[in-house]
Design a binder for this molecule. Structure first.
Ligand code: KG4
Ligand code: ZN
Length: 349
């Protein structure tokens, strides 16, 4: 059995976890995990402030690692490897976690595994669902990323779609800001949308029906802004109409990708927005129409966490991969380095 210490600090969650790669269920695989959200610190600014995030990681991470090992009843010496997020993300925070991982690996003489945060999200459904086999079609939707990837194997990703402007989570966050719902916006928009009429506000579905494989949400966001400024709609109706328009876009793009990929075992959704119940419902319908299961990790594993980083480390360790202690932190790190740049691409790191 392999025990992995996972460390995550690429955005506004500080997290540490101990993973047992031989666990046969999700509960057995996550021996212990802790997450400290920085939501309160960033709320006054309506978004993540990188310097505040990095400083908070510095304060919280060291003691948290001690606590999570104590929760597991284990010590650093019991670990088989240390897996830390090495990018992409806010570089100050990434460096805090990666340098901590390097120091622990050096002190305890353990292998270091530098994890791509996006690979953590991409493999999280395999942590949650032991039967999920490669290859699968992955919709990866978070605050910084919006991609559809064919996951052919560990480290073997083909990007079929990305966003030419905003990520889906970013569209939720901006809509929340326009509606005065605060930060983080996704869960607040979803809650308010339940009380609204999704047909009340006519909103565009950018690129739907165009055959273009990529995402675009900037036009939808502007339309939400105009609807709010018109002053004639209830916030709940705007939230519901926005969510429906965004989901229509996602379903249309995912349908195109299902037609463009090779044979797959499942449709899989991961990343923070995968916590959205309406999105899960719509994808469930699409998957069953295509004769595929939909695999979605539990909402707590969809948003940033260290269990997914530890799990990606476990998969890498099993393949014999580890990294040198001088491995660099990377603010940008695409999963498919061969993917062609898209028109007007402004993909966030
Ligand atoms: O994966 P994640 O925790 O961090 C990034 O790597 O970006 O994703 C955070 C994003 C935020 O944009 C947040 O608003 C969104 O996921 N999100 C949601 C929901 N929960 C989180 N969006 C829509 N509905 C939700 N329930
Ligand atoms: Zn993330």
């Amino acid at each position: 059995m392999a025990l992995i210490l996972g460390i995550e600090s690429s955005c506004d969650e500080t997290a540490a976890a101990v993973i047992d790669s031989n666990g046969e269920t999700l509960a057995a695989r996550i021996v212990a995990q802790r997450i400290a959200s920085q939501d309160e610190m960033h709320r006054p600014y309506g978004g993540v402030v990188p310097e505040i995030a990095a400083r908070a990681h510095v304060e919280v991470l060291g003691p948290m690692i001690g606590q999570v090992l104590a929760d597991a009843g284990l010590t650093l010496d019991d670990m088989d490897a240390i897996a830390a997020t090495a990018g992409p993300g806010l570089i100050g925070g990434v460096m805090v976690g990666l340098v901590t991982g390097k120091a622990l690996a050096m002190a305890a003489d353990k292998p270091l595994i530098a994890i791509n945060h996006l690979e953590g999200h991409a493999l999280s459904p395999r942590l949650a669902e032991p039967s999920l086999a490669y290859p699968y079609l992955l919709l990866l939707v978070s605050g910084g990323h919006c991609q559809i990837l064919e996951v052919r194997g560990l480290g073997d990703y083909r990007r079929l779609a990305t966003t030419i402007d905003d990520a889906l989570g970013e569209a939720f966050d901006k809509t929340a800001k326009i509606l005065g719902l605060g930060y983080p916006g996704g869960p607040a928009v979803e809650r308010l949308a339940r009380e609204g009429d999704a047909k009340a506000v006519p909103l565009p579905r950018p690129l739907v029906g165009s055959g273009e494989p990529h995402f675009s949400f900037a036009g939808l966001k502007s339309a939400v802004m105009r609807a709010k400024q018109a002053g004639t709609h209830r916030n709940a109706d705007i939230a519901a109409s926005f969510q429906q328009a965004a989901l229509d876009c996602v379903i249309d793009r995912t349908r195109i990708a299902l037609g463009a990929c090779g044979p797959v075992t499942a449709l899989v959704v991961a990343g923070g927005v995968a916590a959205n119940a309406a999105l899960r419902g719509a994808l469930e319908e699409l998957a069953s129409g295509a004769g595929l299961p939909l695999i979605a990790p539990p909402p707590k594993l969809c948003t940033d966490n260290a269990a997914m980083i530890g799990w990606a480390g476990a998969e890498r360790l099993a393949m014999g991969y580890s990294d040198a202690l001088d491995v660099a932190a990377r603010p940008r790190w695409p999963l498919d380095a061969n993917a062609a740049p898209v028109r007007g691409a402004g993909v966030k790191g």
